[in-house]
Design a protein around this ligand. Structure first.
Ligand code: ADP
Ligand code: ADP
Ligand code: MG
Length: 471
């Protein structure tokens, strides 16, 4: 299959552009003018005569206008139909559908909040604390925890402003805020002949600001009985909405083992490799088959679950400085590798990291026969993962993977917020001093400064080692 990539000015030299057989520029770096610009994408579609579009994740991947625009141009959209996307992509209508098929939802409002008064009544009925959410939300944006009636007004205003900015849709609803739940989601995929299967669950409770950082499968707390109920609930929703293609049905689990429907992500998810590592299926390939009208390559009984997989999202952000996104040019890196390791990486040497888009650099996934084996493998490769040029959240990922609460599997979504202290991630003084010396040496060697300074006293063997290590 030949591939066509589209890119913005900022991504002109991105590795994926070179990997594609053909590529087309969409325009300026700002997402609104490139990756969210439907006419520009349709133009590239026409020029390239591509016969299918994979929308990836983020950007237009859950946008029904885009799905329709692609289909109207006579091109296959690799994702669900516009109707199912519209129904499930809206959190309010998805909640209603879940209730209609007997899938439990978090207690809360059934319709968009029209006024402060309506919000006050809905919050009283649900009981504080409550969570104000955007109907069109995603990526943890447009969400506010409200602990008392006095906070409700400003939370509504803040959430509405966030939601308008991020999704162009200011509709809000609210539901009971469940204390320290677990986030458990079910990967599903359905073909146009009506076969719908699940590929097990993923647990994604390690979150910062409602955004996932570490994901694993299977969940440490889902028993066989609960797995049966939660996967059946997910498939019920998929069948009822006549959903086709891959999707994820998200739930939260409370401390009493009750589960509640949260939302459906009507696309491939960032963390899909966790599932692929366990079931040995290529979800994207299945997506393409299904979009072409072919049946799924496997039935439910053919899906075998093996071992355990854990993913760490590597972000260009500085955990020692309020998780501020970091920018710069990646001058070198030493990639993770080894048995049971997969890396989906979006950069190479020379890539410039900007603040135009999400700061995700890479995803590192480890598979093991047991959870402990997967965890140790992931820790080993992250400890050795060197990225030079921008700071990353790797120290945070390692801190989580090594934490007693993560190891016990008991962690919930409040884990990071409760346990992470500013000094948790500071490297020991000797490591910092060593890094500073290495940086100075590298500068001197690169400048050919051999006669004076520290570098002059290093023999050539060490000099090449330092260069190899640092570049
Ligand atoms: P998931 O539930 O799989 O984490 P998200 O809803 O967080 O998915 O979104 C998928 C990815 O796309 C995330 O990395 C998110 O930050 C990114 N993303 C979503 N919308 C945009 C956008 N408008 N611009 C850039 N990145 C986006
Ligand atoms: P998004 O579309 O931004 O992914 P979700 O509804 O999936 O929004 O929620 C994102 C995260 O926010 C969840 O994984 C969970 O950690 C938290 N969350 C959502 N709803 C609730 C709730 N009712 N109680 C407690 N936490 C919640
Ligand atoms: Mg979600």
């Amino acid at each position: 299959m030949k591939t066509v990539a589209v890119y913005s000015d900022a991504d002109r030299d991105a590795p994926y552009v070179r990997l594609a057989d053909e590529s087309y520029g969409l325009g300026p770096s700002a997402a609104a003018e490139s990756y969210l610009n439907i006419p520009a994408i349709l133009k590239a579609l026409k020029q390239s005569r591509a016969d299918a579009v994979h929308p990836g994740y983020g950007f237009l991947s859950e946008n029904p206008h885009f799905s329709r625009a692609v289909t109207s141009a006579g091109v296959l959209f690799i994702g669900p139909g516009e109707g199912a996307m519209r129904l499930l992509g809206d959190k309010i209508s998805a909640r209603r559908l879940a209730e209609s098929v007997g899938v439990p939802v978090v207690p809360g409002a059934r319709k968009p909040l029209s006024s402060l008064k309506a919000a006050i009544l809905a919050a009283r009925a649900a009981g504080y604390p409550v969570l104000v959410k955007a109907a069109g939300g995603g990526g943890g944006k447009g969400m506010r925890v409200v602990r008392s009636e006095a906070e409700l007004g400003s939370a509504l205003a803040g959430a509405r402003a966030d939601a308008l900015l991020a999704f162009g849709d200011g509709r809000l609803f609210l539901e009971k805020y469940i204390q320290d739940p677990k986030h458990v989601e079910v990967q599903v995929i359905a073909d146009s002949a009506g076969n719908a299967i699940h590929l097990g669950e993923r647990e994604c409770s390690v979150q910062r600001r409602h955004q996932k950082i570490i994901e694993e499968s299977p969940s440490t707390v889902v028993s066989a009985g609960l797995r049966g109920r939660i996967t059946e609930a997910a498939l019920k929703l998929i069948r009822k909405s006549r959903y086709t293609n891959a999707g994820t049905v998200e739930f939260i689990l409370d401390r009493e083992g009750r589960f509640y429907f949260l939302e459906v992500n009507t696309r491939l998810q960032v963390e899909h490799p966790v599932t692929e590592m366990r079931v040995g299926l290529d979800i994207v390939w299945e997506q393409i088959r299904v979009a072409e009208g072919l049946p799924l390559s496997v039935g439910q009984k053919d899906v075998e679950f093996r071992g355990h997989a854990i993913e760490a999202r590597v972000y260009a952000e500085d955990p020692e400085n309020g998780f501020f996104p970091t920018t710069g040019t990646i001058v070198g890196f030493k990639a993770p590798t080894g048995l049971g390791i997969r890396e989906d990486r979006g950069f190479e040497g020379g890539t410039e990291i900007t603040t135009h888009y999400d700061p995700m650099l890479s995803k590192v996934i480890a598979w093991g026969n047991s959870r402990e084996e997967a965890r140790k493998r992931l820790m080993r490769v992250l400890e050795n993962y060197e990225i030079f040029g921008v700071k990353t959240n790797i120290p945070l990922c390692l801190w989580v993977l090594n934490h007693a609460e993560f190891r016990s599997g008991k962690y919930g979504t409040s884990f990071l917020e409760e346990e992470l202290r500013p000094d948790c991630l500071k490297a020991p003084a000797d490591v910092r001093a060593g890094a500073a010396v290495a940086a100075v040496l590298r500068e001197q060697i690169l400048r050919g400064n051999k006669s004076n300074g520290l570098a002059g006293s290093i023999d050539s063997g060490w000099r090449s080692k330092i260069l190899e290590y640092m570049i």
